[in-house]
Design a protein around this ligand. Structure first.
Ligand SMILES: [Zn+2]
Ligand SMILES: [Zn+2]
Length: 250
């Protein structure tokens, strides 16, 4: 189903209106909390709903698609606010997958038009373009013998350099430890004792192909494993409302 959805996202992105780009700002220019959102994401949503291969959707997703196609602009904007505020209830999870997908398309379109040199990574665990949490980190050869880590944004698909073995939530470098499944070398969970946060780290050299959002979803078992030890993270956008939020509201 996610492959079907991502294919529809790809189609929706082509030729999407640019949207309203911000002027020069302090901090992340596309931060949803400060950027005045225009209707472009709803154009993306309409395209996704129209073009998605319905045969690839389970029944609840088909119902969610129909409900969204009939929803008013006000209702859709309220849903977007809830998604961007991380306030997703389990009974909205199916519809929210489409809302998240459309917002990703609109934000990715805007992020691609930013001047990367003007962004300030600020040594942050959040996206320098939009301030969203990363979906995962990827370690690729480069720099020292240990390679570089790049974090990948959960909303706008920007990637940025971040120090290895450092908590993406609180910046601590103390008491970082790793968890992994036996026999799995391409993925570890980097766990922080200081804030009890964790993030996933994928090792490009140990896997044939990796895609941060897809491989994050493909390894939810690791989230369960570290979740049982009391570590938490911001959930992948496609499982918000299903996977518990760090504050336990869901
Ligand atoms: Zn971003
Ligand atoms: Zn931490």
């Amino acid at each position: 189903m996610i492959a079907t959805l991502v294919a529809a996202q790809h189609e929706a992105l082509a030729g999407l209106p640019v949207g309203t780009l911000p002027g020069s700002t302090k901090g992340a220019p596309l931060d949803p909390a400060t950027l005045k959102r225009d209707a472009t994401w709803r154009v993306a949503l309409a395209r996704i709903l129209e073009r998605i291969d319905v045969a690839g959707l389970p029944e609840p997703a088909q119902q969610a698609r129909a409900a969204l196609a009939a929803a008013s602009a006000d209702d859709l904007e309220a849903m977007a606010d809830r998604f961007l505020g991380g306030d997703v209830k389990a009974d909205q999870a199916a519809e929210m997958v489409f809302v998240a997908a459309a917002l990703q398309v609109a934000w990715t379109r805007m992020a691609a038009l930013l001047d990367a040199a003007a962004l300030d990574p600020a040594d942050a665990g959040q996206c320098p373009a939009c301030g969203s949490p990363p979906v995962a980190g990827m370690i690729a050869p480069g720099g020292t013998k240990f390679g570089h880590r790049h974090l990948h944004c959960s909303l706008c698909a920007t990637s940025w350099r971040y120090v290895r073995t450092r908590c993406v939530h609180c910046g601590s470098t103390d008491k970082i430890s790793f968890r992994q499944f036996a026999g799995t070398s391409y993925l570890r969970a980097e766990c922080c004792e200081a804030c009890k946060g964790y993030s996933k780290v994928f090792y490009v050299e140990s896997a044939r192909t990796l895609e941060p959002l897809a491989d994050d979803l493909g390894s939810l078992g690791l989230d369960v494993l570290v979740g049982e030890e009391g570590f938490s993270r911001v959930a992948n956008p496609f499982v918000l409302g299903v996977m518990a939020a760090p504050d336990g509201n869901n």
